[in-house]
Design a protein around this ligand. Sequence first.
Ligand code: SF4
Length: 225
Amino acid sequence: MPNMLVAPRRLSVQPRDRSRKSQSKPLPRSKERFRLSALEALAARIRVCIKCPLHASRTVAVPGEGRPTAPVMIIGEAPGKKEDQTGQPFVGSAGKYLDHVLEGTPFTRDDFFITNIVKCRPPGNRTPKAVEIDTCTSDYLSEQIRAVNPKLILLLGSVAVKKMLGISSVDEAREKIIERDGRKYLASYHPAVRFYREDLAQKIKKDFALLRRVLRKLRTANGRE
Ligand code: SF4
C-alpha cells in the first residue's frame, strides 16, 4: 500500500557537519544555506510526487542525502528494499560496500551527495523504464545537480551511465574522466552487482581507487577541496 506522506526517519538532505574535522574549503554560509534550501524544497516535492507509475509501488520516496556543497555527487539506479523502507539512499548492502571502500581513506559519506536516477523503488527491483527515468531526471535529478554543483559525478550502474552519458556499456565508460556539458563524470558498476558477478568486484575496487586519486587531486588543486 503506497504511503506518499510518510516522512523518512531523518531529514534526507543534511547540512554540513561543522563539528567534523573537514578538509574542505567552506563555502560562504549564505551559499551553503541557499543550496540546502533548494535541495530541501526538491526533497519535499519528491516525497509526494505521483508523476510516474513508480509512486504506486513505493513505501517512501528516496530523494537523496549528503552535503549540499559536496564536491562529488554519486548517482545510482533506484532505491532498493531497505532504501524504500528508510527513505535513505545506499543503506542496504550496496551502502555497506560504499562504506567499505571508503574505509582507510580520508573520505567519508559527508564528502558526497548521494542519490539515484529514479527516486522510487521499482516493483521487484526491476530496471526503471524509460518514461520513469525521463520524468524523474528532468523533474528532479537535473535540479539536484544544479543545486549541488559538484566538481565530479560518479555514476554507478548501466542505467545511470546510459542516461547521463549516452553510453550503453559501463565497461566502455569506466577508468577515465568523461566531460559532458561542462561536467566531469566517472563511471563504475553498481556495487550490488558484485554479489552475482564476482568478476566485477575487482573492477569496482579499481574504479573507487581512481575516484580517491581524483578526489585528492581536486583537493590539492583547489586548496583542500
Ligand atoms: S520515480 Fe520520480 S517521477 Fe516517479 S513518482 Fe517517484 S519521484 Fe516522481
